[in-house]
Design a protein around this ligand. Structure first.
Ligand code: CAA
Ligand code: NAI
Length: 246
C-alpha cells in the first residue's frame, strides 16, 4: 500500500474530487480526515469508509477561518497522533464577467481558495517540521495558469496558489517537507455542473483527449504526490487536464 499508516487531511472532502481522494487514500492505507463545512455529506462519507473497515473521521471546518482550522488540526492530532499529508482541496467559484463581479464575490473566493490554503498549511507545518516529514498538496487550476472567461476572482486565487506552492517548496524542502500543486482541467463535479451547457460543448472541442476529466484522475495525481514515489518532486505543478494547456 502506498500510504500505509500515513495520516492525511483532505479539505473539501464531502464532495467531488476531495471525496474521491478520501476513498483512494483510505484504500492505500491512510488514516483519513475528511474536512469540510458540509456536515451531513462529510459525516456520511466518513461513516461509509469506516463501515468498509478503513480509518476515517469527519471534521467540520471552514478553511477560511483561522480558529476553525486550528480545531481541525487539534482534532486530527488527538484522533490519529500526527499529520503526514495535507491536501488543500477545498475551493469555490463565484463566476461573473469582470464588470459584473461584486467585490463581495471577489473577496469570498480569495478567502476560501487563497487564504484557506495559507491558513491550513500554516496550521499543519509545525507538526511536520517537528517530525521532519510532510507532504503538502495544493489545488490550482487550468484557470489559474491559463485564465478563463468569467473567473477573475477564481483565476487570481488559483494563480496565487502556484506562487505559494513554490515559495513553500523553497522554505520547507530542507525540513523534509515536499510541497507541490495539481492543476486540474475541467473535471466532472458539482463545480463544473454550474457551467452553461453551450460553454461545455465548445470547451470539450478544445481538449485534446476530447472529454472532461473524472474525480479519480485528480485523486490519482494527489496520491502520487502524497506517496513516497514523489520523494524528489518539490515545487512542481502537475497539470492533469487532458492536454488542454500546452
Ligand atoms: N469563452 C469566450 N466567450 C465567452 C465564454 C467563454 N468561455 N463564456 C462566455 N463568453 C461570452 C458570451 O458568449 C457572451 O458574449 P456576447 O456578449 O458576445 O454575447 C459574453 O461572454 C457574456 O456571456 P454571458 O451572456 O454568459 O454573460 P453572463 O453575465 O450571463 O454570464 C458567466 C457570464 C457567469 C461568466 C457565464 O458565461 C459562465 O458561467 N461562463 C462559464 C465560466 C466558466 O467556465 N467557469 C468554470 C467553472 S468550473 C471551474 O472553475 C473549475 C476549474 O478550475 C476549471
Ligand atoms: P466541489 O464543489 O464538488 O467540492 C468542493 C468541496 O469544498 C465541497 O464539499 C465544499 O463544501 C468544500 N468547501 C467549500 N468551501 C469550503 C470552506 N470554506 N471550508 C471547507 N470546505 C469548503 O468541487 P470540486 O470540483 O471537487 O473541486 C475540488 C478542488 O478542485 C477545488 O479547489 C477546485 O477549485 C479545484 N478544481 C476543480 C476543477 C473542476 O473542474 N471540478 C478544475 C480545477 C480545479
Amino acid at each position: 500500500m502506498r500510504l500505509e499508516n500515513r495520516v492525511a487531511i483532505i479539505t473539501g472532502a464531502a464532495n467531488g474530487i476531495g471525496l474521491e481522494s478520501a476513498k483512494v487514500f483510505a484504500r492505500e492505507g491512510a488514516k483519513v480526515v475528511l474536512a469540510d463545512f458540509q456536515e451531513e455529506a462529510g459525516s456520511q462519507a466518513a461513516q461509509e469508509l469506516v463501515n468498509e473497515g478503513y480509518e476515517a473521521i469527519f471534521v467540520k471546518v471552514d478553511v477560511s477561518d483561522k480558529e476553525s482550522v486550528a480545531g481541525m488540526v487539534e482534532k486530527t492530532v488527538s484522533e490519529f497522533g500526527t499529520i503526514d499529508i495535507l491536501v488543500n482541496n477545498a475551493g469555490i467559484t463565484r463566476d461573473a464577467m469582470l464588470v459584473k463581479m461584486s467585490e463581495e464575490d471577489f473577496k469570498r473566493v480569495l478567502d476560501v481558495n487563497l487564504t484557506g490554503v495559507f491558513l491550513c498549511t500554516q496550521a499543519v507545518v509545525p507538526t511536520m517540521v517537528e517530525k521532519g516529514y510532510g507532504k503538502i498538496i495544493n489545488t490550482s487550476s487550468v484557470s489559474g495558469v491559463y485564465g478563463n472567461v468569467g473567473q477573475t476572482n477564481y483565476a487570481a486565487s488559483k494563480a496565487a496558489v502556484v506562487g505559494m506552492t513554490k515559495t513553500w517548496a523553497k522554505e520547507l524542502g530542507r525540513k523534509g517537507i515536499r510541497v507541490n500543486a495539481v492543476a486540474p482541467g475541467f473535471i466532472e463535479t458539482n463545480m463544473v455542473a454550474t457551467v452553461p451547457e453551450k460553454v461545455i460543448e465548445s470547451l470539450v472541442k478544445t481538449i485534446p483527449v476530447m472529454a472532461l476529466g473524472k474525480p479519480t484522475d485528480i485523486a490519482n495525481a494527489y496520491l502520487y504526490l502524497a506517496s513516497e514515489e514523489s520523494h524528489y518532486v518539490n515545487g512542481t505543478v502537475l497539470h492533469v487536464d487532458g492536454g488542454i494547456m500546452m
